[in-house]
Design a protein around this ligand. Structure first.
Ligand code: AMP
Ligand code: ZN
Ligand code: FE
Ligand code: FE
Length: 287
């Protein structure tokens, strides 16, 4: 049995590979299945799923939705969603508009800081997909304002930094509802970015999210320490959550990180996919 990777980005959001390229790359790496989980968009899924069909490789439709949360950030993953669901498409358009309002404001902030970049340059960097902060970082590097990706985020782009502008988001409950409504399975992405201080805080949050329809937690993730992995595993077991994992491969500025393996030996079993499918089937039967 091959391994899987349930967290990947394409050019539809801020990844470097097109959906087709990513799918054939994953197959060439000997993986058994992947999920494409672009930020707030399903624009890459039709192409990714078609390429999977064409070359005989399983692609699970997914999405990664940013939700309102503080002080850290909360990303909710949705797996096995129905990409043609009308309400899903309608609601994602709202998130696209929120980005279109936010992005020019970030250009303005940068200009005020004496950095001469234009919105057109950022759009060009996005290659026609959805515009996100990594595209700002790319332009800042190209124009010599920063040396690398991390410096761009630390100085200008990360939450709270000088050019950061917040965008409208869904609440966690709204994001989870949207995923369930589109017949998907909602999973809490990389809990280590939530900015929580002690394990009990995560448990309290998880209890709320489960009431709102959360079914799983992303336990395996390149930025999780072994301690965090153990903690998230314990939480999953305590609350009966599905355990998932993925590399969050974007293909930018993370040369050492690769699809399927992350920075080392990620090796996630196909049984994670089976657990997601079982959860999806249970939900459809109970409706
Ligand atoms: P956006 O879609 O504009 O909110 O950008 C989100 C993406 O920016 C994430 O998927 C990461 O690729 C990147 N990102 C966000 N925060 C940081 C950070 N502190 N350091 C490096 N990259 C970041
Ligand atoms: Zn990203
Ligand atoms: Fe994320
Ligand atoms: Fe991601």
């Amino acid at each position: 049995m091959g391994y899987i990777d349930l967290h990947l980005h394409t050019t539809a959001s801020d990844g470097v590979k097109t959906p087709s390229e990513l799918v054939s790359y994953a197959k060439s790496k000997g993986l058994q299945a992947i999920s494409i989980t672009d930020h707030d968009t399903i624009e890459g899924l039709e192409e990714g799923l078609a390429e999977g069909e064409r070359i005989g490789f399983e692609v699970i439709p997914g999405i990664e939705i940013s939700a309102e949360h503080s002080p850290g950030s909360m990303h909710l993953l949705g797996y096995l969603i129905d990409i043609h669901h009308p309400s899903l498409n309608e609601k994602l358009k709202y998130l696209q508009r929120a980005r279109e309002e936010r992005n020019p404001k970030m250009v303005e902030r940068l200009n005020q800081l004496g950095i001469h970049i234009t919105y057109e340059e950022v759009v060009r960097a996005s290659g026609g997909g959805q515009v996100g902060r990594p595209h700002f970082a790319q332009v800042l590097i190209e124009k010599g304002y920063v040396r690398n990706f991390q410096e761009a985020f630390d100085r200008y782009l990360k939450k709270g930094a000088s050019a950061y502008v917040d965008k409208l988001r869904f609440t966690p409950a709204e994001a989870i509802y949207l995923i369930n409504e589109a017949k998907g399975v909602a999973v809490l992405g990389h809990p280590n970015t939530l900015g929580l201080n002690e394990p009990k805080e995560l448990e309290r949050l998880i209890e709320i999210l489960i009431k709102e329809g959360l079914k799983g937690i992303e336990v395996y993730y390149p930025e999780h320490s072994s301690l965090e992995i153990a903690q998230y595993k314990a939480v999953a077991e305590k609350y009966g959550l599905i355990q998932t994992g993925g590399t969050d491969y974007h293909g930018i500025d993370k040369e050492s990180l690769d699809v399927g393996v992350g920075r080392g030996e990620m090796k996630l079993p196909y049984s994670m996919v089976e657990a997601l499918k079982a959860a999806r089937d249970r939900a459809t039967q109970s409706n």
